[in-house]
Design a protein around this ligand. Sequence first.
Ligand code: DX5
Ligand code: ZN
Length: 217
Amino acid sequence: MPLVAPSLLASDFLHLDRECKMLDQSEADYFHLDVMDGRFVPNISYGLPVIKQLRKTTKKFFDVHLMIVEPEKYAEAFKDAGADGLTVHYEACAHLHRNIQQIHQLGMRAGVAINPHTTVDLLKDVINDIDLVLLMSVNPGFGGQKFIPHSIEKIKDLKALIQRYNSKALIEVDGGVSTENANEIVRAGADVLVAGSSVFNAPDPADVILRLKNAGK
Ligand code: DX5
Ligand code: ZN
């Protein structure tokens, strides 16, 4: 069964408390929290004070996706705000290995995200140092985009790379994931499904989460 990580980006920000309680009571495994800085991506989302407040609503895993430049400046602050795992972008880190070490030293799980144009082969030299690879299946910055079909091939390539190096890294797929394509994504090798709009725009978000949990069977 895949892990399901609803992205709060598509939730009702006016009623975050209610949205978090719904997720807490659902089959969701992670809270996927998208932080954007208007520099690495052409959009700004939410940051530390919001995550600190959300932390009070649940004990579930906080999977923080940093779409920001210079993530090393903020890693400790995100830990203090309640992050359990921190994912940084390959494209945003000149010293990725050092960033990964820092995240581990702070006691969090370390993930590396790659954009649609970044080949999975570039992860070979860090694949044994990380807990998770986040494969962007849309260009980061916005929710509600269409899944890029080529991502399926990338999931398979990444799975092969992970097996070749005997890595324990999980494969997380982020962008345009829905009950329509989840089976194919899980069968290709995904361990974690991120879903924003397909969950929060649905009349019954908890039911979509349940259906995503059962994907790939
Ligand atoms: C996009 C974010 C995603 C986003 C996914 O930059 O990383 O996590 O919330 O949204 P959907 O599921 O609507 O594509
Ligand atoms: Zn994300």
